[in-house]
Design a protein around this ligand. Structure first.
Ligand code: NAG
Ligand code: NAG
Ligand code: NAG
Ligand code: NAG
Ligand code: NAG
Ligand code: NAG
Ligand code: NAG
Length: 516
């Protein structure tokens, strides 16, 4: 059932589209969730048109709104600056990186949780993420075999010593869960749906410690067989999907495998070994098998590993030629500034930077799943804003859906997710984190360009902004008020004219859209 949307003519120039369709449920945390089930889900609907004399505002707030749309008159004039608390300067002539997209991960657990719902509720959930009337996700990440978000550790060839990969096979997790959902996502997306694959661990028998987890590296004599294993995965996955993959990383979090206490699937790669493997084994094997068409992203770990971890690979011309981009995880974004991203872009301006994993792992409150917590959504929004201002081309969330505990996870590494499934009730709960990614994925198109934006009087860090120009020319300004009080903001264009004046309430996120 689609969202009921009414256009009300308030007076001659002011239109507002009103929606009161989120079925709110409050679990005692700072905000609420929207409850969806087999017969109801609050879709955003189709995009409301507006013209060059108007500005569209889409608002989500801690206490009331979820993607509330208003069409307001545009000013195009001067405003007494004493009437605004903050002016936001936007200049589409100063252009930066191009957007690849936004998405989430079909882990084994996410896929099983989605499939634990009735077909109708599953369809609502999938539409909400991938449909035109939902978040319009155009990217997904998948683990190559198991990760911690699986019910048990495994690889695609767990027969000891099978170096010729005779027993290589995908698993029930792929055939019954991930592949059918990926096919549905591909068919729901209105553009090329990009699938990025990453392995957590090679088969345990290929490793120095004989285990999926803890401290272990790939045995030297397995450098070629494991490259063959990845190619075999590309072949079999594409055959079963009926469409192509978009890209891969050679290893998720490659430094995890040097930690003896690393509890889940991993494999250690020093930056130098990674370079040598790519230059002499993985790169040629992937290319000779016809998979150079896949985007090849390196690192796939925290920003604090930038740029040093990528330097050996990027400064060797043999390994560098196989690499298209750099994958980054968000886990230390709140302790390290964004400078490593700028530095990496300066060193390798032709390699794109993509965030490939993010999730909230406790914090305040100190509980894995805290249904409706606003702060977790605010962390997502402020992170995507900051990264968009530092050369990052897109953002992939971690588990698309988890259960009420934040799992399943075979090592008990439970976390929160934008959508939490209650299989018993055949319901799912849509959290503020969902609306955080949606703020970008629904409004910023693939191929948009990040543009110059800056906030005046930015002495207090309360108003965070980033801006894009979509391929159709529309400007999309994203603004988040992280403070506990309202501010009046003014948007100023490159000709120093005020486009717009608006009061942004406490703890509110906006997408402000207007024609260039
Ligand atoms: C689904 O939710 C809607 C809105 O809360 C409710 O009216 C409807 O009865 C629910 N459907 C089922 C099958 O529970
Ligand atoms: C591959 O695995 C699937 C799912 O477990 C199974 O149904 C199929 O028989 C296996 N194929 C081979 C060739 O072993
Ligand atoms: C691993 O965990 C043990 C027990 O908690 C601890 O004593 C040890 O310092 C840890 N080792 C590392 C390398 O973190
Ligand atoms: C590694 O996995 C094994 C099970 O395969 C488990 O018993 C062990 O506790 C894990 N190691 C850590 C550090 O959690
Ligand atoms: C790049 O690395 C490869 C493999 O380690 C090595 O053989 C080669 O000499 C290096 N090339 C350059 C230009 O450093
Ligand atoms: C990545 O971030 C996590 C969370 O802050 C931290 O535990 C881990 O040590 C970091 N690893 C590296 C290599 O920066
Ligand atoms: C999940 O659904 C069951 C059955 O309707 C209900 O008892 C339980 O309270 C629900 N859990 C949450 C967190 O809403």
């Amino acid at each position: 059932m689609y969202r009921f949307k009414v256009l009300i003519l308030l007076f001659l120039f002011i239109k507002a589209s009103v929606s009161s369709d989120c079925v709110q449920r409050n679990y005692g945390y700072s905000s609420f969730v929207c409850v969806c089930n087999s017969t109801f889900c609050n879709f955003d609907g189709v995009t409301t048109p507006f013209d060059s004399t108007e500005v569209k505002v889409i608002k989500t707030s801690i206490d009331q709104f979820r993607n509330y749309e208003e069409i307001l008159p545009r000013l195009d004039g001067t405003v007494d600056s004493s009437q605004v608390d903050f002016s936001i300067f936007v200049n589409p002539n100063v252009r930066r990186q191009e957007v690849v997209g936004y998405g989430g991960a079909f882990t084994d657990s996410a896929s099983m949780n989605i499939k634990s719902l009735s077909q109708e509720a599953q369809d609502n959930l999938m539409n909400m993420y991938f449909g035109d009337e939902g978040s319009r996700y155009n990217l997904a990440r998948i683990p190559i075999a198991g990760s911690d978000f699986s019910t048990h550790p495994y690889s695609y060839d767990d027969i000891d010593g099978d170096v010729d990969l005779v027993y290589f096979n995908l698993t029930d997790e792929d055939y019954s869960y991930k592949i059918p959902l990926l096919r549905q996502a591909v068919s729901l997306a209105s553009e090329d749906f990009y699938i990025l694959a990453s392995p957590w661990s090679p088969p345990s028998w290929m490793k120095t410690n004989g285990k999926f987890n803890e401290s272990g590296e790939l045995l030297r004599e397995m450098w070629q067989p494991y490259a063959n294993y990845l190619v075999k995965f590309f072949e079999m996955y594409e055959d079963n999907l009926g469409s192509t993959l978009w890209g891969f990383t050679p290893q998720n979090e490659p430094l995890g495998g040097f930690d003896p206490n690393w509890s889940f699937n991993t494999c250690g790669w020093s930056a130098e070994d990674s370079r040598d493997w790519i230059a002499s084994f993985l790169g040629p094997t992937v290319s000779n098998a016809g998979y150079r068409r896949l985007q090849f992203l390196i690192d796939d770990f925290n920003r604090s590993t930038l740029p040093w971890y990528t330097l050996p690979t990027l400064s060797n011309s043999t390994s560098e030629q196989y690499v298209d981009g750099i994958a980054v995880h968000w886990y230390d974004d709140f302790t390290f500034g964004p400078e490593p991203l700028d530095e990496t872009h300066e060193i390798a301006p032709d390699k794109f930077i993509l965030y490939t994993e993010a999730c909230v792992d406790r914090g305040t409150p100190d509980i894995d799943v805290a249904l409706g917590t606003w702060d977790r959504g605010e962390m997502y929004v402020t992170d995507i804003i900051e990264n968009s201002n530092h050369w990052v081309t897109g953002w992939i969330d971690w588990n698309l859906a988890l259960d009420l505990q934040g799992g399943p996870n075979w090592v008990g590494n439970f976390v929160d997710a934008p959508v939490i499934v209650n299989a018993t009730a055949d319901e799912f709960y849509v959290q503020p984190m969902y609306y955080a990614v949606n703020l970008f994925s629904r409004n910023v198109q693939r191929g948009a360009t990040a543009i110059y934006n800056v906030v005046s009087n930015d002495y207090n860090d309360f108003i965070r902004t980033t801006a894009f120009q979509n391929p159709n020319g529309e400007i999309v300004l994203i603004a988040a008020n992280t403070a506990e009080k309202a501010f009046t903001i003014g948007v100023i264009n490159e000709n120093s004219e005020y486009i717009f004046k608006y009061t942004i309430e406490a703890k509110t996120w906006l997408a402000i859209i207007y024609k260039d």
